[in-house]
Ligand binder design. Structure first.
Ligand code: CAA
Length: 380
C-alpha cells in the first residue's frame, strides 16, 4: 500500500496544521476551563475550506479525497481534540448520512449543504440512557400520523447538541421489531416539541458541546425521514464505520501532540547533570512509543484508503479505532509520567490530552465493541 501523500493532501495537512497551531492553540487552556465551544473558530475553519472536505462541491463540500479529511482531522486534534470531535461528528457522522442513505437530491441540498459548507453544525443522535453499546435498545418512538411522524423519547451524550442546527435522529417505528423497526429523521433545531438539554459536564474534550435531547410530541414531516422503517439501524452502523475512522484520526492526533511535547521536554529538561533523553530508559520508551504511533497511523490511513476506494471498511475502521485510541491513552499517560510534576500541571497540556484521550476508547463504540466487531468478522 502506498502511503505517499500527494501535493494536494500535503497542502491540506499544512493548512490544518497552521490553523491549529496559530488559532486553536491560543485559548486552549481557557476553553478547557470555561467549556465554551469556539463557534468563531469553527467558522474560520470553514472559511479556510476545511469543512466538508470529502463531499461534493454541489452540496457545499470541497470535493477532496477522504484521506485529506483524515489528515486535517489528525492535525486539528494534535492541538484541540474538542474541535476534532466536533469536526468529525459533523463530517463523518452527520454529513455521511446522506450518501449512506442514498438520500434524494432535495434532501441533500437542504440538509447536507449547510453542514458540509461549515455554515451550520450537525449531530448524530443514536445513544439513549438504555441504548449505549446495545444500540438496538433504543426507546425513542416515531408514530405515523397522516403525512408526518410524532416523536417521543430522549437521547444522551450527543456531541454538538447545544450548537447544532440539524440532527440525524434514530427512532423506532415498530418497537416490537427492535433494530429491525428503526427509522431515522433529520430534525431541525427549534422544531416544536424538540428541546436540547443541559450540557454534560465531561472529564475531557471539555469545550466540545455534549448534551441530552428531548422529544415530546415532536411532529416531523415524512419528507424528513432519511432512513425508512427497517433501514435506520443499518444507516447508524454504516455511519459509525466512518465515524470510527474519524475517532481514530482524532486519537492519533492526540497521541502525536503528546509525543511532541514529551520529546521537546526530554531534550530541554536536565536531571542528574544531563538532558532527560540521555536516560536510556526514557529514550527507549520514546522509541517504542514512536513505533507504536507509526503502526497506528498505517492502520488509520489504510482504513481511510479502504473507504476512499469503496472497499469494505468495517473491519479496518474497527482496527484503526482500537489501535489509535489505545496508543492515545498510552502516549498521554506516559507523557504525564515523563514530565513528572510538570506533567500534572495544566500549562504543560499533557494532563488535558490524557483526559481527552480517555473518551476515544469509549465513544462511537467502546473498544470492547471494536473487538466484538473484529472477532465477529474473523469467525463469520
Ligand atoms: N454496516 C451495515 N450494516 C450493518 C453493520 C455495518 N457496519 N453492522 C451491522 N449491520 C447490520 C447487520 O447486517 C444486520 O442486518 P440483518 O439483520 O439484515 O442481517 C443488522 O445490522 C443487525 O446487526 P447485528 O445483529 O450485528 O447487530 P447487534 O444488535 O448485535 O449490534 C453492534 C452490533 C456492533 C454491537 C452495534 O450495536 C454497535 O455498533 N454498538 C455500538 C454503538 C455505538 O457505537 N454507539 C455510539 C453512538 S455515537 C456516539 O458515540 C456519540 C457521539 O456523538 C460521538
Amino acid at each position: 500500500m502506498d502511503f505517499t501523500l500527494n501535493e494536494s493532501q500535503i497542502g491540506i495537512q499544512k493548512l490544518a496544521r497552521e490553523f491549529a497551531e496559530n488559532e486553536l492553540a491560543k485559548e486552549i487552556l481557557v476553553r478547557d476551563e470555561t467549556r465554551v465551544f469556539p463557534l468563531d473558530l469553527y467558522g474560520k475553519m470553514a472559511e479556510l475550506g476545511l469543512m466538508g472536505l470529502p463531499y461534493s462541491t454541489e452540496y457545499g463540500g470541497q470535493g477532496a479525497d477522504y484521506l485529506s479529511y483524515i489528515l486535517a482531522l489528525e492535525e486539528i486534534s494534535k492541538v484541540d481534540a474538542s474541535m476534532g470531535i466536533a469536526y468529525s461528528v459533523c463530517t463523518s457522522l452527520y454529513c455521511a448520512s446522506f450518501d449512506n442513505a442514498d438520500a434524494p437530491d432535495e434532501m441533500k441540498k437542504k440538509y447536507l449543504t449547510p453542514v458540509a459548507s461549515g455554515k451550520a453544525l450537525g449531530s448524530f443522535a443514536l445513544t439513549e440512557p438504555t441504548a449505549g453499546s446495545d444500540a438496538s435498545g433504543c426507546r425513542t418512538v416515531a408514530v405515523k400520523d397522516g403525512d408526518s411522524y410524532v416523536i417521543n423519547g430522549s437521547k444522551c451524550f450527543i456531541t454538538n447538541g447545544p450548537v447544532s442546527d440539524y440532527f440525524v435522529v434514530f427512532t423506532l417505528t415498530d418497537p416490537e421489531l427492535g433494530s429491525k423497526g428503526m427509522a431515522a429523521f433529520i430534525i431541525e433545531k427549534g422544531t416544536p416539541g424538540f428541546t436540547v438539554g443541559e450540557r454534560h459536564n465531561t472529564m475531557g474534550i471539555r469545550s466540545a458541546a455534549v448534551s441530552e435531547l428531548f422529544f415530546t410530541d415532536c411532529r416531523v414531516p415524512e419528507e424528513q425521514m432519511i432512513a425508512a422503517p427497517g433501514q435506520g439501524f443499518k444507516l447508524a452502523m454504516k455511519n459509525l464505520d466512518g465515524g470510527r475512522i474519524g475517532v481514530a484520526a482524532q486519537a492519533l492526533g492526540i497521541a502525536e501532540g503528546a509525543f511532541e511535547i514529551a520529546k521537546n521536554y526530554l531534550k530541554e529538561r536536565e536531571q542528574f547533570h544531563k538532558p532527560l533523553y540521555k536516560q536510556e530508559y526514557l529514550a527507549f520508551k520514546m522509541a517504542e512509543l514512536d513505533v507504536e504511533i507509526e503502526q497506528a497511523k498505517y492502520l488509520l490511513y489504510k482504513a481511510a484508503m479502504d473507504k476512499a476506494s469503496h472497499k469494505p471498511y468495517t473491519l479496518s475502521a474497527g482496527k484503526a479505532k482500537l489501535v489509535c485510541t489505545n496508543i492515545a491513552m498510552k502516549m498521554t499517560t506516559e507523557a504525564v509520567q515523563m514530565l513528572g510534576g510538570n506533567g500534572y500541571m495544566k500549562e504543560y497540556h499533557v494532563e488535558r490530552m490524557m483526559r481527552d484521550a480517555k473518551i476515544t476508547q469509549i465513544y462511537e463504540g467502546t473498544n470492547e465493541i471494536q473487538k466484538l466487531i473484529i472477532s465477529g468478522q474473523l469467525f463469520r
